[in-house]
Design a protein around this ligand. Structure first.
Ligand code: FAD
Length: 321
């Protein structure tokens, strides 16, 4: 099966190569022909990528500068596809949109967020992330050409950088059609990183806190303890907390050393946000609340009493210091 791995100029070469190597391992083991297509302006990029990805036989570079529109990238990918006709195209993590758009242009089948590629008696199978990356599914893609993009979530293996013979690079001339608009400038993402994503300690307030005032108290306590404060969707819907602080399937997946939930039932969409938490402590007045099933420590009691006790303790500590 002729395969092309597509690299765009934004890729971090070593990380990308590690992911692609892990992903294409099964093909390389079967000595399938692998091409590298590199769209970008860094002269050395193609060579470097081709050297780090195992099994690359042919490397093609299409020099596109940083002002190139996605449409122009797609024109060039489509031209490369028409010329070389690979059955399988593999895009790097972060290029899922390009992959989907190319598949639509060439009448292919597209799967994004792919983690593992394998082959058995029934043909190719792909393991990919589903439900906003909270679960994986195994798919059997039937259509060809097959266009896949690799998931950021893995398979990541920095050590799996290959030791390919350096592939000779063919340079192709880019096609640059006019699309009625041009890139004026690229703006850096202005979104500030939410402290929840990095915090070692996270306190979470749920509907059981009962009011906006109590959620504000929890936020102050989190600050006093040097942590961050998040909420459930129910708390945000009630207007007590900011939607940007929702934890769970529709919000942040946190990786705190310690997470303490107060007045949170532990619904599955919320718990999905805690999968990387090391220690979970839950406070809930209902001893049968589902949250206790996933908790390392549980306190069946009134969240407001607990909050008050911790506030006192924090205040005492503040005076001592
Ligand atoms: C597609 C979809 C995506 C979703 N995504 C998310 C998401 O990302 N994040 C999220 O949080 N939710 C999400 N939800 C909603 C989720 O299913 C729950 O409705 C939500 O998590 C419930 O929030 P809660 O635990 O604060 O409220 P509730 O479920 O109402 O729980 C409140 C808890 O507080 C306890 N309690 C009450 N009073 C006290 C007290 N005084 N002291 C101690 N405990 C008390 C109760 O026993 C109860 O267990 C999603 C739902 C859907 C359908």
């Amino acid at each position: 099966m002729r395969t092309a791995c597509v690299f765009t100029r934004e890729d971090d070469i070593l990380k990308t190569a590690g992911r692609i190597n892990a992903f294409t391992g099964a093909l390389v083991a079967e000595r399938e022909p692998l091409d590298a297509w590199y769209l970008g302006d860094e002269k050395e990029g193609a060579a470097e990528t081709a050297r780090c990805v195992a099994g690359i036989g042919t490397a093609v570079r299409c020099p596109l500068d940083s002002g190139t529109l996605p449409e122009n990238m797609l024109d060039n990918l489509e031209a490369l596809y028409r010329e070389r006709q690979p059955e399988l195209l593999i895009f790097t993590a972060g290029s899922g949109a390009l992959a989907a758009r190319l598949a639509a242009r060439i009448g292919g089948t597209c799967l994004t967020g792919c983690r593992t590629l394998g082959r058995d008696a029934e043909g190719l199978w792909v393991r990919r992330t589903v439900y906003n990356s909270h679960a994986d599914a195994v798919c059997r893609p039937q259509g060809r050409p097959l266009v896949l993009s690799v998931s950021k979530a893995g398979p990541v293996s920095e050590s799996s950088v290959g030791e390919s013979e350096q592939a000779a690079i063919t340079e192709v001339s880019p096609v640059l059609k006019h699309y009625g608009y041009c890139l004026d400038r690229k703006l850096k993402g202005s979104r500030e990183k939410n402290p929840l994503e990095e915090a070692k300690l996270v306190l979470v307030g749920g509907r059981g806190l009962g009011s906006r005032e109590n959620y504000e108290r929890l936020k102050r306590l989190a600050r006093a303890w040097g942590g961050a404060c998040g909420c459930t969707r129910a708390a945000a819907i009630n207007g007590w907390a900011d939607v940007a602080d929702i934890i769970g399937q529709s919000g942040h997946v946190i990786r705190a050393e310690l997470c303490i939930t107060l007045g949170v039932s532990g619904a599955a969409p919320f718990m999905a946000g805690l999968e990387n938490v090391k220690n979970l402590v839950a406070v809930n007045s209902d001893p049968d609340a589902p949250v206790f099933k996933g908790a390392d420590y549980g306190l069946a009691g009134d969240a407001l009493e607990v909050l008050e006790a911790w506030e006192k303790q924090a205040e005492e500590q503040r005076h001592e210091n």
